[in-house]
Design a binder for this molecule. Structure first.
Ligand code: T4K
Length: 370
């Protein structure tokens, strides 16, 4: 008998019957979209939960990123990381901006601030770092460079829901942060995303941009887009929010289990545990080193043969995909290449069964046993 597949993630789905009353309200109101009551409630609830001043909901994280760049009128070149999901660079390209890829810090897998200055040119207008796997970037060093060269900072915070440093939510850093509520994220609205805004004025501007640039029936102030979240997605977010703390706790215990069971495995190294006020345990990356009996790709295949669908997030590097390889600026990407060639993200999600976890760990610990 083949075991059931274990995926890198599974969405958190509250009991279906608890969602029905939300749907009934939508049916009663006949309000399906365009800043309806569920949308407004979710914005308020998320501001409170995350501890951020203003949040503008979107239909997905990519449109949120695109709109954040539009809102700040970013042009020319933007310095970013190649060690991310393609949406990071695509958001720049769709805005006619050239991504300039800079190397990462091998300890955090985030953009290395010490490499940024060398990549700045007269065309550079902004830095777009990613809090990869929800581990915060060196926000202080990045802001210092931005201030020195008069650059904007837009964080791709797709992975960073609920993460806090000693000063509060990490989503408060930079000029804007964009987050994803995709099915694969710690907090999902099926599809969805948001921009975290520092004040009401910025949020109003972003609200105009995500609604075709409409201010009122006769006034269009910008070439806006349709980035609105529907009432069904927002309603699901409201329900999901009731389960988020439990879900993060559950993820933490999976993270602890992997750390305890894999820390002494020869050839496996782990990203340092987070010393944050609050981490979200969104991914569990491991690095496959030279002294491991298999290569990274051999281990990946072995896991797949065992119906364990781990993922090589992020391989290939964005800079090395067909889309970007020949056409975009790349600096020396030594560590990004190295980490990308060694990384595998193991399954982590609330509700993963203990049998699944022990199976994953035993395949990794004893890869040569058939
Ligand atoms: N910036 C960063 C840094 C990002 O990581 C992302 C998204 C974005 C921006 C853009 O945000 P969005 O526009 O997506 O809101 C997945 C996600 O599709 C993508 O959202 C995510 N990053 C990326 C890291 O991962 P794939 O191609 O790996 O997805 P997929 O469909 O293979 O799903 C992975 C596994 O998750 C499946 O094997 C099973 C499970 N799954 C997936 C879906 C979609 C489910 O159980 N249910 C589902 O509905 O990209």
């Amino acid at each position: 008998m083949i075991d059931k597949p274990i995926y890198v993630t599974e969405p958190c789905l509250p009991p279906l019957e608890e969602f029905i009353p939300y749907l009934e309200k939508i049916w009663e109101s006949k309000r399906l979209t365009n800043n309806g009551p569920m949308h407004q409630q979710l914005e308020d609830a998320l501001c409170e939960y995350l501890g951020v001043p203003e949040i503008a909901l979107f239909n997905n994280g990519t449109i949120a990123l695109l709109t954040a760049l539009q809102a700040l009128r970013i042009t020319g070149e933007v310095i970013t990381t190649p060690f991310s999901f393609v949406a990071t660079a695509h958001a720049l390209t769709w805005n006619g901006i050239t991504p300039v890829f800079v190397d990462i810090d091998p300890n955090t897998f985030n953009l290395d601030p010490t490499k940024i200055e060398a990549a700045i040119t007269p065309q550079t207008t902004a830095i777009m770092p990613v809090h990869c796997y929800g581990y915060p970037c060196d926000v202080k060093a990045i802001q210092e460079i931005a201030d020195k060269y008069n650059l904007k900072v837009i964080y791709d915070a797709a992975h960073a829901f609920g993460v806090k440093d000693e000063g509060g939510s990490i989503l408060r850093h930079g000029d804007l942060s964009a987050i994803s509520f995709h099915a694969t994220k710690v907090f999902n609205t099926f599809e969805g995303g948001a921009i975290i805004c520092p004040d009401k004025k910025t949020k109003q501007h972003i609200n105009n941009l995500k609604n075709f640039g409409i201010v009122d029936e006769v006034t269009i102030v910008a070439p806006g887009i349709n980035g609105k979240m529907s009432e069904v997605n927002a309603a699901f977010g409201l329900l999901q929010l009731q389960y988020i703390d439990k879900s993060l706790e559950n993820r933490k215990s999976v993270d602890n289990y992997y750390r305890d069971t894999l820390k002494t495995t020869p050839g496996i190294s782990l990203l340092n545990p987070s010393s944050l006020e609050k981490h979200n345990f969104s991914y569990f990356p491991v690095l496959i080193e030279k002294d491991y009996p298999l290569s990274r790709d051999q281990l990946y295949s072995l896991l797949t043969e065992n119906n364990i669908h781990a993922r090589r997030y992020f391989y290939p590097l964005i800079s090395h995909t067909t889309q970007y390889y020949s056409t975009t600026k790349k600096n020396n990407l030594k560590f990004a290449k190295l980490i990308s060639s060694k990384v595998i993200c193991l399954p982590i999600f609330p509700g993963i069964e203990s049998d699944s976890l022990s199976k994953i760990v035993s395949v990794i610990r004893d890869p040569l046993i058939k």
